[in-house]
Design a protein around this ligand. Structure first.
Ligand code: 13P
Length: 282
């Protein structure tokens, strides 16, 4: 049994643990394979949107099964659920961590929904991640980005009124491909980390950030790094390339294997850097 909670997995080494978005059997297998090849723990995530698509409870079930059979510790994680119902669904499926994303709400409301989900999660021995400060969209200008970033003044109040296992922060990071060079506000991260103390911090929007930015983030207290778009880009890129080599084959047996191996390689490299490699850049 290698299914572990977020609380447990974030204590296994002194770097950050990579968290990768999963969409189907092959992306999930690729991520676990990459972690096994690296010999490092991994977080297998699925977003609330994909999990709620018809029939995708099966994807959740196979994520849990893959985790149980893996040779490295795996946390199965519900990513960005804004509602109570999806959090309960993931708990019922056997996930070991859920994320209640109340970052779009006023501080008091975010605290209230976070506590409601935490109560259920803790009863079942499941970890919980929350988010404070909304992630800016890549299309947002600098002014909007600043307004949405995590306010260090809110961190103390949020953490004193909740009991989360990890906190996602907004410091200039964004989901999807960055337009131009991403800029992270490390002074803000440092201030947040000083207030958060032992509560691990999470960096979403990992696709497109540089190794130097990852390294600085980990040095300042980031313990979990989310990668989503790069999983899709790697998988679909490998799919197109392999299909185009022999378009009349429509090879549904070998193409997914190639895609899975491409995802495994990407995940392995990231996990190694987040766990160890970052130390060479700080
Ligand atoms: P990216 O798609 O930008 O890598 O972000 C993933 C993420 O943060 C999922 O929560």
């Amino acid at each position: 049994m290698s299914l572990v909670t977020l609380q447990e997995i974030l204590k296994l080494h002194d770097g950050a643990v990579g968290a990768f978005s999963t969409y189907d059997l092959f992306t999930a297998q690729g991520i676990v394979q990459g972690a096994e090849e690296a010999g490092f723990p991994v977080i297998l995530m699925i977003g609330s949107g994909p999990l709620n698509k018809p029939g995708n409870d099966y994807v959740g079930q196979l994520m849990v099964q893959l985790a149980k059979e893996a040779s490295v510790p795996v946390c199965v994680f519900l990513d960005h659920a804004k509602d109570y119902k999806t959090n309960l669904k993931a708990m019922k499926l056997g996930f070991s961590c859920v994320m209640i994303d109340g970052s779009h709400l006023a501080l008091e409301e975010n605290i209230a929904i976070t506590n409601k989900v935490t109560e259920a999660a803790k009863l079942l021995g499941i970890s919980i991640e929350a988010e404070l400060g909304a992630l800016a969209g890549v299309e947002d200008g600098e002014e909007v980005k600043n307004a949405k970033m995590t306010d260090p003044a809110h961190v103390e109040e949020f953490l004193s009124k909740t009991s989360v296992d990890a906190l996602a922060v907004s410091i200039g990071n964004a989901h999807g491909f960055y337009k131009g060079e991403p800029k992270l506000d490390f002074a803000r991260l440092k201030a947040i980390a000083e207030i958060a103390k032992d509560v691990p911090l999470v960096l979403h929007g990992g696709t497109g950030l540089t190794f130097e930015q990852f390294a600085r983030g980990v040095q300042l207290g980031i313990k979990k790094i989310n990668i989503g778009t790069e999983v899709k880009k790697t998988f679909i890129g490998a799919f197109i390339e392999t299909h185009e080599k022999n378009v009349s084959a429509y090879d549904m047996v070998e193409i997914p294997q190639v895609c899975k191996n491409a995802v495994a390689k990407m995940a392995k490299e990231k996990l190694e850097f987040f766990a160890k490699g970052w130390k060479e850049l700080v």
